[in-house]
Write a protein that binds this ligand. Structure first.
Ligand SMILES: Nc1ncnc2c1ncn2[C@@H]1O[C@H](COP(=O)(O)OP(=O)(O)OP(=O)(O)O)[C@@H](O)[C@H]1O
Ligand SMILES: [Mg+2]
Length: 505
């Protein structure tokens, strides 16, 4: 039979979905074919996660159809989608920490032995078999507790395999993974594709989309824009379609006057995590901490700010010693920290967008009775415009925002405190390509106004494009300090892997 006559395992036809006045999906169609990895790309708030939740049975479409093997299907609950062979791998899976890997995989559907007891041997064997098919080495008997996010995702994929899922959906799976972990996930994805699964992959990283996916669907404002084989596309075309306009230079770093030293970190050590870290930052300067995931960059930032303790060393702000381990004192001294894990460390999900965006500033100013509800809204609205925030009403809960838009609220929350020193960890993670440029422009402007910025970034182009100075970390130590003119991809990568250029040749 001609393969084109086989109906795709899953398709959406003309699906719409609104939340109050927000039209999240406006007539979207999508076909997930067997043996294919399909990319879905679009700006923050374009409707990607809403589409995923519709396929997963979390949301019901207002109008339009879901076709399972060509037949109309109703996914009234996640169980319906699962029965139709759909599995969703979330960015941060929620395994039960105290259960073993195999128990997590079979939770709620443990195989029974003849006498009605749980057939542990079979659970273990099927888990091991699933891992073997994926080429993954995880012990089925170990507890889920302590598994990396990357491994937790692989456990979820193994679970999908044991359920005979044929449609696998991954919504920004690589956002919290290191490069090596992402590569391992891609190998697994290709294995599944070659075995005939249909995969949907969502990411804001175009290198991943282009190297992994067979076709790319672009959505804008909840509407379908295009779907083409990857081979017929290039990055510029995709970006233009996503954003609906040309995106100008991504790294609009402007020269800024460097003033006095505002931050001095001296011989900071946290045993077993980082050692002997010294650096200083001037007003108007952007210093990047580069290195591989796990090099200790976020840990240094957290210790300097006082979220974590340190064992030796000192921190000074504008010449004054900063007490260790006291974030409140850091905020009073004019420091702000935009954390890496924005969802857990940055926002109160059930509170409104407006309150979240201004919460830190309110704490600073309420003592003087300066920030009334109206001023709060005006300020939140101004930041919303600056950061291209997509929302219905500022009174809506922040949980109703798309992932990338939640990130922007955290940015607003800290930037609105008008700090002297800004620590920003992965400034554009999860943020779409158009807004990335806005965030970069904003950082450049703030530096121009005299802010001292310490930026942690795993994106080399971002480091090279934005930093006046690059400090490279490897295994908890600074292995290189490069100024803007010296820093290039090679020099940073060598230092990040602990090599010297001569060793690598
Ligand atoms: N439960 C909800 N209640 C209200 N509005 C919602 C809800 N879920 C999503 N929205 C809105 O629907 C739109 C689409 O959001 P969605 O999460 O699908 O975007 P996305 O494409 O996944 O974006 P991102 O790249 O930022 O993750 C947004 O405007 C969002 O605020
Ligand atoms: Mg999303």
């Amino acid at each position: 039979m001609d393969p084109s006559e086989v109906p795709p395992p899953l398709a959406l036809v003309d699906v719409t979905k609104s939340f109050g006045s927000v039209r999240a999906l406006r007539g979207l169609s999508l076909e997930l074919r067997a043996g294919e990895i399909h990319a879905l790309v679009g700006e923050n708030g374009a409707g990607k996660s809403t589409l995923v939740k519709t396929i997963a049975g979390v949301h019901r479409p207002d109008t339009g159809q879901i076709l399972s093997d060509g037949e109309p299907a109703v996914f009234a609950a996640p169980a319906d989608a699962q029965r139709a062979g759909v599995a969703v791998i979330y960015q941060e899976p929620t395994l039960f920490p105290d259960l073993s890997v195999a128990e997590n995989i079979f939770i709620g559907r443990q195989p029974r032995a003849r006498l009605g007891t749980i057939d542990r041997a079979r659970m273990r064997a099927e888990t091991a078999e699933a891992f073997a098919r994926l080429g993954v080495d995880i012990d089925p008997d170990r507890p889920a507790n302590g598994l990396s996010i990357a491994d937790q995702q692989l456990v979820e994929i193994a679970k999908a395999l044991t359920r005979r899922a044929r449609v696998l959906i991954m919504d920004e799976p690589t956002a919290a993974l290191s490069g090596v972990e992402a590569e391992r996930l891609f190998t697994v994805a290709r294995t599944l594709r070659d075995a005939g699964s249909a995969l949907l992959f969502i990411s804001h990283r175009f290198d991943e989309v282009f190297s992994l996916c067979d076709r790319i669907t672009v959505v804008r404002d909840g509407a379908f824009v295009s779907c083409d084989p990857t081979a017929d596309l290039d990055v510029d075309t995709v970006v233009r379609r996503m954003v609906g306009r040309e995106v100008t230079s991504l790294y609009p770093k402007e020269e800024a006057e460097h003033g006095d030293v505002v931050l001095e970190v001296e011989a900071l050590t946290r045993t077993g995590v980082f050692a002997d870290v010294s650096f200083s930052v001037r007003a108007g300067e952007i210093v990047a901490l580069a290195g591989l995931v796990g090099a200790g960059r976020s840990e240094v930032v957290r210790a300097v700010f006082g979220v974590d303790r340190y064992d030796a060393g000192s921190v000074r702000v504008a010449g004054d010693p900063l007490p260790a381990g006291r974030p409140k004192a850091s905020i009073r001294a004019g420091m702000a920290l935009v954390p890496e894990d924005r969802r857990h460390q940055g926002l109160v999900m059930e509170e409104s967008i407006g309150r979240n965006a201004t919460s830190t500033r309110r704490r600073v100013l309420s003592r003087f009775g300066l920030l009334g509800a109206r001023a709060e809204h005006a300020e939140a609205r101004a930041w919303g415009e600056r950061l291209n925030l997509k929302y219905g009403s500022l009174d809506d809960a922040v949980s109703t925002l798309s992932g990338g838009n939640q990130q922007k609220v955290v940015l607003a929350k800290w930037l609105s405190t008008e700090p002297r020193v800004l620590f920003i960890d992965e400034p554009t993670r999860g943020i779409d390509v158009g807004t990335k440029a806005e965030v970069h422009r904003l950082l450049s402007t703030l530096a121009g106004q005299g802010l001292a910025i310490v930026m942690v970034s795993s994106e080399l182009p971002e480091v090279l494009g934005m930093a006046d100075r690059v400090l490279v970390m490897h295994e908890g130590r600074i292995t290189a300090e490069l100024d803007r003119a010296q820093a290039d991809e090679e020099s940073v990568m060598y230092a990040a892997t602990g090599q010297r250029p001569s060793e690598a040749a």
